[in-house]
Design a protein around this ligand. Structure first.
Ligand code: ADP
Ligand code: TRP
Length: 320
């Protein structure tokens, strides 16, 4: 079974990215063949600073290695290092109805917000379909917000297969429902675009400050509180052991326990949880050749497999 997922380089990885996507991806290394890549071409639809782009890609590679992606066991590469994906995007574009892309949320959101969408943003799902189909992926673990894109991929694959002949495996999205939407410090979905994230590899002081600014209701310290209505508790239970989680729930219900205390406990559990990852990242960053080495090896592995599919497609569409 082939499992594939990509992550856009955006400078920092937050807890939502980690739980919604990276952690399941790391775990999938032991149940199938993992294909994991840094989706820098997708980032180009909204990011127009080349220097930053290169820097973010470098950071993303270190982040993913530190969080447990193993380039020896998995295929781990940078999207643009396999330029064949853009060629496949073109072939897929010609069996993709405009109406299908008009229904996609990234494009719709841009239109709704009066942001003039560029062609790249409009065809974002076709490039994503090419990522998935080029490697004959069976399973695509994503957060709930990306499910639509995997469904579009299925539509495109079926359409291509029925037009030209069976060439693509039909992928399934995989969403861990309990982890589907991790809340941010304001209680909405954690997202870079809402500025409500808690970073994994941030400075201690900055992370503490973020956690201390989690939005709470004005219930006084003495009063009993409902843990299930609290963002602090929602985040805490994702990282703390069961007995500690239960203890916090009891303290909430008993009263006399302030949100400030709960935030301090949340900080300490998070800081502890990510400690081994921070240490691994610092160690990787000390080797200046590490990223280039991983990148070259990943590109070679990915490209060999990509070409097997692409050559069949080239033949089917009649360009060979
Ligand atoms: P952001 O919303 O911060 O821009 P991205 O859209 O780059 O994050 O998301 C990268 C991956 O992380 C996607 O697979 C997405 O589904 C997942 N993800 C992002 N935020 C969350 C969240 N709050 N809860 C669960 N998964 C998330
Ligand atoms: N669009 C995804 C996101 O915003 C990233 C991505 C690009 C991806 N290509 C992919 C995810 C292929 C899964 C499979 O996070």
């Amino acid at each position: 079974m082939r499992i594939l997922s990509g992550i856009k380089p955006s400078g920092t990885i937050h807890i939502g990215n980690y739980l919604g996507m990276i952690k399941p991806m790391v775990a999938s290394q032991s149940r199938g063949e993992l294909f994991c890549f840094v989706a820098n071409l997708h980032s180009l639809t909204t990011m127009f600073d080349g220097k930053k782009m290169a820097e973010y890609t470098h950071e993303a590679i270190l982040d993913l290695l530190a969080l447990g992606i193993d380039p020896d066991r998995s295929v781990f590469w940078v999207q643009s290092d396999v330029p064949e994906v853009t060629e496949l995007t073109w072939y897929l574009s010609n069996v993709t109805a405009v109406g299908l892309l008009e229904r996609c949320h990234a494009y719709k959101d841009a239109v709704a917000k009066d942001i003039p969408p560029n062609q790249g943003l409009f065809s974002y799902p076709v490039l994503m379909a090419a990522d998935i189909l080029l490697y004959q992926s069976n399973l695509v673990p994503v957060g709930r917000d990306q499910k639509q894109h995997v469904e579009v991929t299925r539509d495109i694959a079926l359409r291509f297969n029925s037009t030209y002949g069976d060439v693509f495996a039909i992928p399934e999205p995989e969403i861990t429902e309990s982890l589907a939407v991790i809340p941010g410090i304001d209680g909405q979905k954690m997202s870079k675009s809402y500025g409500n994230t808690i970073e994994i590899f941030g400075e201690e002081k900055a992370i503490r400050k973020k956690i201390m600014s989690i939005v709470t209701d004005p219930t006084p310290v003495e009063a009993p509180k409902n843990p299930d209505a609290s963002t602090i508790y929602s985040l805490y239970q994702l990282f703390a052991a069961t007995d500690r989680t239960q203890l916090m729930a009891e303290k909430f219900r008993a009263g006399g326990y302030g949100y400030g205390d709960a935030k301090k406990e949340l900080f300490s559990v998070l800081w502890e949880y990510f400690k081994p990852f921070r240490e691994k990242r610092a160690e990787l960053a000390r080797d200046p050749e590490c990223v280039a080495r991983v990148r070259a090896k990943g590109a070679e592995k990915a490209r060999t497999i990509a070409l097997q599919t692409l050559n069949k497609v080239r033949e089917l569409v009649g360009v060979l």
